[in-house]
Design a protein around this ligand. Structure first.
Ligand code: CMX
Length: 133
């Protein structure tokens, strides 16, 4: 299974406004969308860098997976998302190869994408997301 490209890199932040300022003022990128994903308990901000995006993730509650991540590890790179075709088929394929899935089947993520996560404990410590338009 070959992913098409890196769709986005997720970055956990404590304060979205403060972090947006860094990416805009220092790196010169432009935030093109801010979206709250209720199901994931995060507020997101997106930047395009070529074909790949950066997704800043601010937790919206203390029991958000991102709040837990920041409490344990601090701010920083949280996950890598690969664009794939036939998402559910790809999740099944990697599970058959022994990878632990967080999502057995796809669910809805930011920007209306279908998403599915692989557990970092079976991917060498990198929380991995597959997504499909
Ligand atoms: N990257 C790497 N390792 C991670 C991690 C991450 N993002 N998040 C947690 N871990 C590690 C922890 O450090 C911990 O390791 P140790 O046992 O060695 O300390 C282990 O995984 C278990 O972590 P935990 O804090 O006990 O948290 P949970 O098991 O409750 O949850 C996870 C971990 C990955 C299953 C959960 O965060 C999850 O389901 N994530 C997917 C959903 C998500 O992250 N949504 C937010 C973004 C959504 C979006 O992009 O829209």
């Amino acid at each position: 299974m070959i992913p098409n490209y890196i769709e986005h890199i997720g970055i956990a932040v404590k304060n979205l406004d403060k972090s947006i300022k860094y990416y805009e003022d220092i790196l010169g990128l432009k935030c093109y969308a801010i979206e709250t994903v209720e199901e994931q308990k995060v507020k997101t901000a997106f930047f395009k860098v070529g074909e790949t995006k950066l997704e800043l993730l601010e937790p919206t509650s203390d029991d958000s997976p991102v709040a837990k991540f920041i409490a344990k590890r601090g701010e920083g790179v949280h996950h890598i998302a690969f664009a794939v075709d036939n998402l559910n088929e790809k999740l099944t394929q990697v599970a058959e190869k022994g990878i632990k899935l967080i999502d057995e089947t796809s669910r809805k993520g930011a920007e209306g994408l279908n998403i599915g996560f692989l557990h970092p404990k079976s991917t060498g410590g990198v929380l991995t997301e597959f997504c499909e338009k």
